[in-house]
Design a protein around this ligand. Structure first.
Ligand SMILES: *[C@@H]1O[C@H](CO)[C@@H](O)[C@H](O)[C@H]1NC(C)=O
Ligand SMILES: *[C@@H]1O[C@H](CO)[C@@H](O)[C@H](O)[C@H]1NC(C)=O
Ligand SMILES: *[C@@H]1O[C@H](CO)[C@@H](O)[C@H](O)[C@H]1NC(C)=O
Ligand SMILES: *[C@@H]1O[C@H](CO)[C@@H](O)[C@H](O)[C@H]1NC(C)=O
Ligand SMILES: *[C@@H]1O[C@H](CO)[C@@H](O)[C@H](O)[C@H]1NC(C)=O
Ligand SMILES: *[C@@H]1O[C@H](CO)[C@@H](O)[C@H](O)[C@H]1NC(C)=O
Ligand SMILES: *[C@@H]1O[C@H](CO)[C@@H](O)[C@H](O)[C@H]1NC(C)=O
Length: 374
């Protein structure tokens, strides 16, 4: 531990003071114009990326196998983009990306990371996009994106992300797009989205989110598109939205969850809504009809795939629909006398739905509209 700390300190000092001369030509070389490619360099540091490379604007680091040194890029003052691919960095330290005044994009793809320290992109005045994909970051630390004044887009996808500490995004006033697609998140809270005042697009699809806490979206008042597809939601209450409503929210994707109902007041907090996806949820039929009535009333378009209507019991789904059947997601009924939406979740019905749709999956996409299970 002590040795490691000493080494870090030493590297830091050496890059500001005397630069250790070292022939690294063999490891880092020009690929296309303006692009320096470092392949199989064991450890990226400011000695490896020395002043010989000061005029490169793009850097590609392939298959590196140790954590980067502190201020590793400080000699490359003209860098605008860094691509890191392959290899095993283990940890990205706070000071790694220090002092790169023109840096606009960082892409980290298929690299074994494990941990990214707090404030890692601190004070990079031109940084606009950060993309981290196909890796393993169990959690996002508090303040990981701190003081990045121009940051516009963050994609952390397919990263086995399980947990987000409170306030990971801090002083990123221009962040417009955040994608956490294809991770393992189970809960969503206001504190995770803290300070995302100007966020427009939020993609949380294909996680395992079962809980969206009250007031979560108070943090993102300008959200226009919200993607919650492919999660484990069994209920969504209107109080996830601020009492004043989501005035910019135009699209919400809810496909492939376990929703059986939405409170009829849900849409009172989404006055700008234009599009919704609902399919592949075990909707209780009367609740789905109620949702459709509201969509019709407010001219909200359902984004749909061809689907069928199933019932458990008798054929109550056959009553006239406000829309053509082909626009309907599958819904499920206990029996023909179930005509009122009760806003309750039933594990039994949900399981029957899942069993049914698994069994009849091959029919989805055909022209079948009504299906009776007796
Ligand atoms: C970088 O560019 C400047 C100005 O064009 C030049 O003076 C300097 O020698 C270049 N540095 C290297 C290492 O090529
Ligand atoms: C790098 O930046 C310096 C000033 O910061 C500039 O003089 C030089 O021309 C730049 N080099 C390139 C290749 O843009
Ligand atoms: C969703 O995530 C699971 C597990 O992480 C993965 O196996 C699956 O391919 C993903 N689905 C899509 C559509 O990306
Ligand atoms: C409903 O919305 C569609 C497109 O979103 C639009 O073309 C149509 O004019 C709207 N109809 C009414 C009655 O507002
Ligand atoms: C329909 O289901 C409800 C709730 O399970 C039950 O109370 C009612 O008796 C059932 N009606 C018929 C006609 O089976
Ligand atoms: C459904 O709701 C209506 C109006 O609230 C009520 O009159 C009726 O009894 C309810 N039906 C059932 C089966 O609960
Ligand atoms: C759910 O199903 C189980 C067995 O399939 C049954 O014993 C139980 O009574 C059911 N519960 C309800 C609320 O229908």
């Amino acid at each position: 531990m002590f040795n490691k700390m000493f080494l870090i300190r030493f590297v830091l000092v050496s890059c500001y003071g005397l630069v250790i001369s070292k022939n690294v030509e063999a490891e880092c070389k020009k690929s296309v114009p303006d692009t320096l490619r470092c392949e199989n360099v064991a450890k990226i540091s400011c000695e490896v990326l020395n002043k010989n490379y000061e005029n490169y604007t793009k850097l590609e680091i392939l298959n590196t196998n140790e954590p980067f040194g502190m201020s590793a890029f400080t000699n490359m003052k003209n860098l605008t983009s860094i691509l890191i691919m392959g290899g095993r960095i283990g940890i990205i330290y706070t000071e790694t990306f220090k002092d790169i005044p023109h840096l606009e994009s960082v892409i980290i793809h298929t690299v074994k990371i494990g941990d990214i320290q707090e404030s890692v992109f601190f004070n990079l005045p031109k940084l606009k996009t950060v993309v981290i994909t196909n890796t393993d970051i169990p959690f996002l630390r508090k303040g990981i994106f701190r003081n990045v004044p121009q940051l516009y887009l963050i994609n952390i996808e397919n990263a086995n992300l399980r947990y987000i500490q409170n306030e990971p995004f801090y002083d990123v006033p221009y962040l417009k797009e955040l994608s956490l697609y294809n991770n393992l998140l189970t809960i969503l809270t206001k504190d995770m989205l803290y300070n995302l005042e100007n966020l427009v697009y939020l993609d949380l699809s294909n996680n395992s989110i079962s809980i969206v806490e009250k007031n979560t979206f108070d943090a993102t008042p300008h959200l226009s598109k919200l993607n919650l597809e492919d999660n484990q939601l069994i209920a969504l209450d209107l109080d996830i939205f601020p009492t004043t409503g989501m005035k910019s929210l135009q699209t919400i994707y809810l496909k492939r969850n376990q929703l059986m109902y939405l409170p009829s007041t849900f849409f009172t907090r989404t006055p700008a809504l234009q599009e919704i996806s609902l399919s592949h949820n075990p909707w209780f039929c009367p609740c789905l009809f109620e949702i459709h009535r509201i969509l019709n009333l407010y001219n909200i378009t359902e984004i749909w795939v061809k689907e069928i209507c199933i019932e458990y019991g008798r054929n109550s789904c056959k009553k006239p629909m406000p829309y053509s059947h082909r626009r309907l997601p599958i819904c499920i009924n206990r029996n023909v006398s179930d005509i009122n939406c009760t806003n309750t979740y039933s594990q039994n019905l949900s399981e029957k739905y899942l069993k049914y749709t698994k069994e009849y999956d091959e029919f989805i996409g055909n022209n079948l509209e009504v299906f009776n299970v007796t």
